[in-house]
Write a protein that binds this ligand. Structure first.
Ligand code: BMA
Length: 333
């Protein structure tokens, strides 16, 4: 007879968790030191694969004042040989868009078939606080700004690529004005990309010691899979040495994304490499874009490391879904 408690099945299935995402050996793949013009840091890029097969990153570049803008970087293989615009691609334009006074940040890109254009939802930052703004583009050369689509404080937003039951749907992250400033993920609907309503809380930050207690937000745009919309979201843990940003998974119903089918309890990707531990904001991995190779089922996640450089991590979509199926829980909590 022994009193030693056997590990539970749940524990056993959690081993090997670190292998879900694999860091690329040439990480960080993009850094300010290799930028064609003076920049403090390059991070949190939106990502898309163009019809030509090229990977395009819309990179958040922070200048030495502290304000951010976006610059396009293109690569044939999505890993190396980046061709970077020699001047900023999209600058804040506070004269016409005062909400961009202190910069534009964290773009999420989605191709909208109906409009035949890419939609970029990004954070516009000013003394009124961060809010979500929308711009449309065909070619990442000229952009049509549609202005703010949410009031502050709100960020971490992405559209779904097509209408759902006749309306556009937006995932975003408003911050509550209650004493604890709890920040949950919300879903809103619009007939025209301008007027938004039927707001509902989609996924709630957990409590206590959880990695995603108190503050969560969408990371890349939702990813269409055979089992529903795969959502990679970030969670923030407040520690004695500051905020710790990690990412976890949830799955939304394909036809009705108000339904949360599964939510993982553990984080699946967190800082562990030197360039993620050290930088302007240590202990941060933060993704705004993925590219999925339909033929191989591989997902490439581009992410900001320590708000300083850009890393690439890959996983198999089937493994992420399998992990959610075996270890996830039902529902939004
Ligand atoms: C979040 C966002 C990200 C940033 C992260 C860590 O609130 O503003 O742009 O990477 O904080 O600083």
């Amino acid at each position: 007879m022994t009193n030693v408690t056997e590990p539970s099945d749940t524990f056993v299935t959690r081993t090997g968790l670190d292998d879900l995402f694999k860091r690329h050996p040439s990480n960080p793949i993009l850094e300010a030191a290799r930028w064609p013009y003076s920049a403090n840091s390059v991070f949190n890029p939106g990502a898309v694969r163009l019809p030509s097969g090229e990977t395009l990153l819309l990179v958040r570049v922070e200048d030495r004042r502290g304000a951010s803008h976006f610059t396009v970087a293109r690569s044939d293989d999505g890993i190396s040989g980046w061709s970077i615009d020699h001047t900023p691609t999209l600058m804040p334009h506070p004269e016409e868009y005062p909400e961009e006074l202190w910069g534009i940040e964290d773009p999420r890109i989605v191709w909208l078939d109906e409009l035949q254009r890419y939609a970029i939802t990004y954070t516009a930052f000013s003394r009124n606080g961060p809010l979500v703004a929308l711009a449309l583009t065909e070619d990442f050369v000229t952009f049509e700004r549609r202005g703010p689509i949410t009031p502050p404080e709100d960020k971490d937003a992405a559209l779904f690529p097509h209408r759902i039951a006749g309306r556009w749907a937006l995932i975003h992250r408003p911050v509550a004005t209650t004493a604890n400033s709890k920040a949950n993920i919300w879903l809103s609907f619009s007939p025209d990309l301008k007027h938004w309503g039927d707001h509902m809380m989609l996924i709630e930050a957990r409590d206590g010691s959880y990695w995603d207690a108190g503050k969560i937000g969408l990371s890349p745009p939702p990813i269409q899979t055979t089992e529903g919309w795969l959502m990679i979201y970030h969670g923030v843990r407040h520690t004695a040495s500051g905020a710790l940003y990690r990412m976890g998974l949830a799955l939304l119903d394909h036809d009705d994304p108000r339904i949360v089918i599964r939510r993982g309890e553990d984080w699946v990707f967190g800082p562990s490499a030197g360039y993620e531990f050290m930088g302007d904001v240590p202990n941060v991995v933060f993704s705004c874009g993925t590219v999925v190779d339909e033929a191989t089922g591989e997902i490439r996640m581009y992410y900001g490391a320590a708000d300083s450089s850009i890393g690439l991590a890959t996983a198999r979509v089937a493994d992420l879904l399998d992990w959610l199926r075996t270890t996830g829980r039902d529902g939004r909590r």
